[in-house]
Design a protein around this ligand. Structure first.
Ligand SMILES: Nc1ncnc2c1ncn2[C@@H]1O[C@H](COP(=O)(O)OP(=O)(O)OP(=O)(O)O)[C@@H](O)[C@H]1O
Ligand SMILES: [Mg+2]
Length: 450
């Protein structure tokens, strides 16, 4: 804690300096108003103790300047009887305290101790806020996950967010494609604009086209007035084309045109309307395979696929299961004020199940568990039957003996970790908590080739 002492009487200044140094403070001194103003900048004190009446600049000016430099600096003013009125004004203007001269040293130290505690709290608070902000990327919730193959997707998403580039997100159902699309939007320059989406598989062709591109009055039965399409409505924002693989070939042609020309022609119109959107498309199909079948246009594919983000299925990033589970429980109902927790055995079952419905299935399973669980600790019995009854395939391979030895288990465990780290030995060693060299030895010994 650094305290700045300001008084034009050197005798007082000297006494105070000795007093505060004795208490362990860092001390800076100024014997005039102007010097005090300079010291505020140069010394960056945590607390200021200043006389009010001084030549050059008064204690009130020191107060104003201190608050301009840092609004959270506690400023304590010392005043003689005659300037009581200005002291009252000082407190109104944000002084931490005013002391009437003469005062006892004990009283002064007690006030400064309180001020420095308050100061410390404020500094700490500010640091935490900054930290939270940094973690949350300026208030944006990062999608949950710690698996390296998931994090590398997120990092790529964070990089492309700043660009205008079209993004294609692929991945099985429930892996979080929409979550990532929204994340990109929120981090982008377009964050203030709308995020609109459409599921290309949910509407018949003619309706999908009129939703996307808009229509003119009378262009079909029921079109009673002109209507903007969603691509126009998403102007200045992001448009999310979900399940793009379901789009019919003729709509694909129109979509390609919209992306290339940055304009759409509403159904029933001949007049093009400009659009200003960033397109993010998602698919759970293998589009290259669809191209091979002739069901998807390769020119549209190359337009969309400028950046491809592939979200791995949950079974390939099992490390994410506990943290996702924690996240969903935190967001579910609380039992008598206390959050739900998972029993060890329950976590084990979640880790072993294959989650064909990915994160969405996990979310649903936990929602159900919270409803059926009568206790705060969620036991396996609260899980859906299919999760409970899944064979536990991984650690003990089918050809393993009924009572596997430690070696059999270790070998299987190493294989499993290697597989979930995509064969990366350094990462696997880290996860296993052993030296890479130890891992190499074990790989040799167990005859595992990567
Ligand atoms: N990393 C994540 N962090 C937090 N929640 C997630 C994450 N991934 C997915 N979810 C949640 O899981 C559910 C499914 O996610 P989302 O709708 O993004 O999946 P999807 O890939 O678009 O699925 P589909 O192909 O079926 O449309 C949502 O409720 C979403 O909030
Ligand atoms: Mg989706």
């Amino acid at each position: 804690m650094k305290i700045l002492l300001v008084d034009d009487e050197t005798a007082i200044l000297n006494t105070l300096e000795i007093l505060f140094r004795g208490e362990g403070y860092d001390v800076a001194i100024a014997d005039s108003g102007p010097k005090a103003l300079a010291a505020l900048e140069d010394e960056k004190p945590d607390i200021v103790l200043t006389d009010i009446r001084m030549p050059g600049a008064t204690g009130l000016e020191v107060l104003a300047e201190a608050r301009a430099v840092d609004p959270e600096i506690p400023v304590i003013l010392m005043t003689a009887q005659a300037s009581l009125q200005s002291a009252v004004r000082a407190v109104n203007e944000g002084a931490y305290y005013y002391l009437q001269k003469p005062f006892a040293n004990d009283e002064l130290l007690a006030i400064c101790r309180r001020a420095s505690e308050a100061r410390q709290l404020k500094v700490e608070n500010r640091r935490l806020k900054k930290e939270i902000k940094r973690n949350a990327r300026a208030g944006v919730d990062r999608p949950i996950g710690i698996a390296s193959r998931f994090l590398s997707v997120l990092e790529l998403a964070e990089t492309v967010a700043a660009t205008e580039s079209t993004v294609l997100i692929s991945g099985e159902s429930g892996t979080g494609k929409e979550v990532v699309a929204r994340y990109i939007h929120t981090l982008s320059e377009r964050a203030e604009g709308p995020f609109l989406s459409i599921n290309c598989g949910a509407l018949p062709e003619s309706l999908l086209e009129s939703e996307l591109f808009g229509h003119t009055k009378g262009s079909f039965t029921g079109a009673v007035r002109d209507k903007d399409g969603l691509l126009v409505a998403a102007g200045g924002g992001t448009f999310f084309l979900d399940e793009i693989g379901e789009m019919s070939p003729s709509t694909q042609v129109k979509m390609l045109r919209a992306i290339q020309e940055r304009e759409v022609i509403p159904v029933g119109s001949t007049q093009a309307v400009p659009v200003d959107v960033r397109i993010i498309a998602a698919t759970n199909r293998d589009l290259e395979e669809e191209i091979g079948r002739g069901a998807f246009r390769s020119d549209l594919y190359y337009r969309l696929n400028v950046i491809q983000l592939h979200l791995p299925p949950l079974r390939d990033r099992r490390e994410d299961i506990p943290i996702l589970a924690r996240h969903f429980l935190d967001h579910s109902a609380v039992n008598g004020g206390e959050p739900f927790v998972l029993a060890e055995t329950t976590i084990g079952m979640l880790m072993e199940y294959d989650w064909p419905g990915n994160v969405r299935e996990l979310e649903n399973a936990l929602e159900r568990a919270v409803v059926v669980s009568t206790k705060r600790v969620i036991e396996p019995s609260a899980l859906p039957e299919r999760v409970r009854e899944a064979p536990s395939p991984r650690l003990v391979a089918s050809e393993a003996p009924v009572n596997p030895t430690m070696e059999v288990i270790e070998r299987a465990y190493i294989l499993w970790v290697l597989e979930s780290e995509g064969g990366n030995k350094t990462r696997a060693a880290e996860v296993l908590g052993i030296d890479p060299s130890t891992l190499y030895r074990k790989l040799n010994r167990y005859g595992i080739e990567v």
